[in-house]
Ligand binder design. Structure first.
Ligand code: CP
Length: 305
């Protein structure tokens, strides 16, 4: 991966994704052996710059950087000079002046990481930008599938939920198609964007059609913060007519797994039985998240020394 920044999976080749996943598997092994005092990022500084809330992504980037031996600083926009009117570019230049090496940015505006990457010396890694992409989420999802099934090519992955507002769905679609998986999607019409078929997804008219013979079924969070409402009558009706439940899972392959990027609205996108049951890989996705972020940080550092 010979690049300064990681901004989205649309710009990565299958070879680059494979390189990240291969190193991610090694990192996951190390985490399972409790190896948390590595030195790959010794002497480097990593700043997380989050303009939106996060639990998984921010914590896992922080832990990934610390496990690799880096210094870590966390900035949330609400507690920074952004509230005094400082621009994104000036914030980046300020961090550059402090000899910071990485900026991990989450921003409500699609394209903000790219704008920052053009103007700072530090490596920029997108931790999710608006409705555009969430590249490390898709990488950790693919790592989870690759470890579970031993491959990605040939898998059938069904993605159900609020696809219109989902950066996770878009990054997964880019990544999974490049790695040779088949992707089906289903959402209420109000939450289905145009053009997914042109991106290689099979757009389905029912949950049953989307999940038929799937190896992995991914529920997506309803992004209430990105919509004014009116896209479905109530959360209860959403769960009944669009959610993933045990009956719907009968259409998937016998050994199919259930995934969700989190945070999950319990009983809405997935039933509690599925979230907490044997088919769920949700906790494993969280471990994959630390591993994949370790892999991304290490590869960006190595290729630019
Ligand atoms: N999946 C995900 O991005 O979760 P957080 O919002 O908690 O980071």
């Amino acid at each position: 991966m010979n690049r300064k920044d990681l901004l989205g999976l649309s710009e990565l080749s299958a070879g680059e994704i494979d390189e990240i996943l291969t190193l991610g598997l090694t990192m996951k092994d190390r985490l399972r052996k409790n190896q948390k005092t590595l030195t790959d990022l010794k002497g480097k500084s990593v700043t997380t710059l989050f303009y939106e809330n996060s639990t998984r992504t921010r914590c896992s980037f922080e832990l990934a950087a610390k496990y690799l031996g880096a210094h870590v600083v966390n900035i949330s926009a609400a507690a920074s000079s952004v509230t005094k009117g400082e621009t994104l570019i000036d914030t980046g230049k300020t961090l550059d002046a402090m000899k910071n090496d990485f900026i991990i940015i989450r921003h409500p505006m699609g394209g903000a990481p790219k704008l920052l990457a053009k103007t700072v010396k530090a490596h920029v890694v997108s931790a999710g930008d608006g409705m555009n992409e969430h590249p490390t989420q898709a990488l950790l999802d693919m790592l989870t599938m690759r470890e579970h099934f031993g491959k990605i090519s040939g898998l059938k992955v069904a993605i159900l939920g609020d696809i219109r507002h989902s950066r996770v769905a878009k990054s997964n679609l880019y990544g999974l198609k490049k790695m040779g998986a088949e992707v089906t999607v289903f959402a209420p019409r109000t939450l289905m964007p145009a053009g997914l078929d042109k991106m290689g997804a099979k757009v389905c008219r029912s949950r049953e059609e989307a999940v038929e013979d799937a190896d992995a079924v991914m529920g997506l969070r309803i992004q209430l913060e990105r919509q004014k409402g009116g896209n479905f009558p109530s959360l209860g009706e959403y769960a009944e007519f669009y959610g993933v439940n045990e009956e719907i899972m009968k259409h998937a392959k016998k050994n199919a797994i259930v995934m969700h990027p989190g945070p999950v609205n319990r009983g809405v996108e997935l039933t509690c039985g599925l979230i907490d049951g044997d088919v769920s890989r949700i906790e494993d996705q969280v471990l994959s998240g630390v591993a994949i972020r370790m892999a991304v940080l290490k590869l960006l550092t190595e290729k630019n020394q």
